[in-house]
Design a binder for this molecule. Structure first.
Ligand SMILES: [Zn+2]
Length: 475
């Protein structure tokens, strides 16, 4: 804190025209998002002021990226002026597409974070309708003068570790790596894991070129036991950030269902985005747009997982794969997804990445799909057999390595490899959805870059958090 204030003061002296005003405190509204069996609703759990000031960009408070299944909008009730907005696709939004949501009701914790307003504000949550337009679902008011707003310090998370700093939090993307399942004796491992994964992330474009737009810090809160929950093996842990394998019954899917726990920890470092680094060897991860990404630090595939899952969490990228089993129920009709990197191609002339299309590329773009799918089915069957037989993780690694080498060669030899077109098979569906390129980090574990469409989508979100100040001192 003291250090950041010193940086701000120095900037003010050096360039008065672009000086940063002291950022406001960070307000957080913790909600319960509940539903199932055809219902959906929200309820306020508590309102609090986080210990650190607002880390977001003072001139990018209104979200113009049009991402997310949901969006929250903070307005001044007197004037109707939008003070803050952000899109998100919270865990609830995934759960409601699982079979369980048709039969049961459940609740999930969520948080809305925004700069502490000067007076009472209206806070509304919107959700996309069938035509992808946002419609208001729920609203409440928040009065910053309410004496019941909690200003107490959260439970300790340990000293933040600065991995690298490029400038004051308001004008940078503040990435936090939050360790989970690391006891005191493994604090050194937590830091080393965070450094290694940060190194892997910034080797990949567009992160490599945009490194100066980021600050990266780590927190290693002390766990009682090593590792996290893995219910399918009878392993249950009360880890600091609450992550668990087997989310929604998928062995490789790692999520936290304890929003309050990880939010209270994360609040102790400046953050716009969070990667929860899980002290585990079993392949796994997850990425929730607007909430967090997770990665199993000791998996051979951790450098790939962190990049792929951050694609979901940070830039709302859809999965381009369709050959791995998904927890979601298949869509009953083909609607145009709102995500930037998949399309239902209902109107090929209106392709959302038309401006990036390789000249002369046929749409849809032909590729050797049958051969790819046939081999992928064999690999999936082998993968399932290894997990059911509880074979050592080395055998899964070996299978994935074989798969990577084969798919890399197969997709790299495609006639339209490297081109931008519309390749059928994406968004967990073998037909009816299309991806921009033959191969991409959102499609396979191959050693390939993000396709140009994904790369541009990430850059647009970087610009939502990191930019030089244009208008001088913000209000
Ligand atoms: Zn892509």
């Amino acid at each position: 804190m003291v250090r950041n204030l010193a940086v701000l003061a120095l900037l003010a002296l050096l360039s008065p025209a672009t000086a940063l005003a002291a950022p406001p405190p960070t307000l957080r509204v913790d909600l319960v998002h509940y539903g199932g069996r055809g219902t959906e609703g929200f309820a306020v759990e508590r309102v609090l002021v986080e210990p650190l000031p607002w880390p977001g960009h003072p001139e990018r408070r209104v979200d113009d990226t049009n991402l997310g299944k949901y969006r929250f909008v903070v307005t001044d009730p007197a004037t109707g002026q939008v003070l803050y907005s952000r899109g998100s696709s919270p865990v609830y939004g995934e759960w409601e597409t699982t079979a369980e949501a048709a039969a049961k009701t459940r609740a999930f914790g969520e948080s809305l974070r925004f700069p502490l307003p000067a007076g009472e504000v209206r806070v509304a949550i919107e959700k996309r309708d069938a035509a992808n337009a946002f419609r208001e679902l729920w609203a409440t008011t928040v009065d910053p003068a309410d004496p019941l707003i909690d200003r107490a310090a959260p439970p300790p998370a340990g000293e933040p570790i600065v991995l690298f700093e490029s400038g004051p939090p308001p004008v940078k993307v503040d990435l936090l790596l939050l360790g989970d399942g690391y006891p005191a004796a493994e604090r050194g491992k937590c830091e080393a894991d965070a450094r290694r994964l940060t190194g892997a992330l910034f080797e990949v474009e567009p992160y490599r070129s945009r490194r100066d737009d980021f600050n990266v810090r780590a927190l290693c809160p002390e766990a009682r036991e090593s590792g996290i929950s893995r219910p399918s093996l009878g392993i249950h842990r009360r880890s600091p950030a609450g992550t668990t394998y087997d989310a929604f019954g998928a062995e490789r899917y790692v999520l936290s269902f304890d929003n309050r726990a990880w939010r209270d920890l994360a609040a102790q470092a400046p953050y716009d985005i969070v990667v929860i680094v899980v002290n585990g060897r079993t392949y796994g991860g997850g990425g929730i747009f607007g909430e967090y990404a997770t990665v199993a630090a000791d998996s051979l595939w951790a450098p790939y997982i962190v990049v792929h899952e951050l694609g979901h969490h940070f830039a709302a990228l859809a999965d381009e794969y369709y050959t791995s089993p998904a927890v979601y129920e298949p869509a009953t009709e083909r609607r145009e997804p709102w995500e930037p990197n998949v399309t239902a191609l209902l109107d090929p002339a209106a392709l959302k990445w038309a401006d990036l299309l390789t000249p002369g590329m046929p749409v849809p773009t032909p590729w050797e799909k049958e051969a790819f799918d046939a081999r992928a089915r064999e690999i999936q069957a082998e993968r399932q057999r290894l997990r059911e037989a509880r074979r050592p993780e080395e055998e899964m690694d070996a299978l994935f390595l074989r798969q990577r080498d084969e798919e890399e060669a197969r997709l790299g030899a495609e006639r339209h490899a490297g081109a931008v077109g519309a390749f059928e098979g994406a968004n967990y569906e073998a037909t009816g959805y299309y991806r921009p390129a033959a191969d991409c980090i959102m499609f396979t574990r191959d050693r390939v870059p993000f396709c140009p469409v994904c790369r541009r989508a990430i850059e647009r979100v970087i610009d939502l958090y990191a930019a030089p100040l244009e208008g001088g001192s913000p209000p």
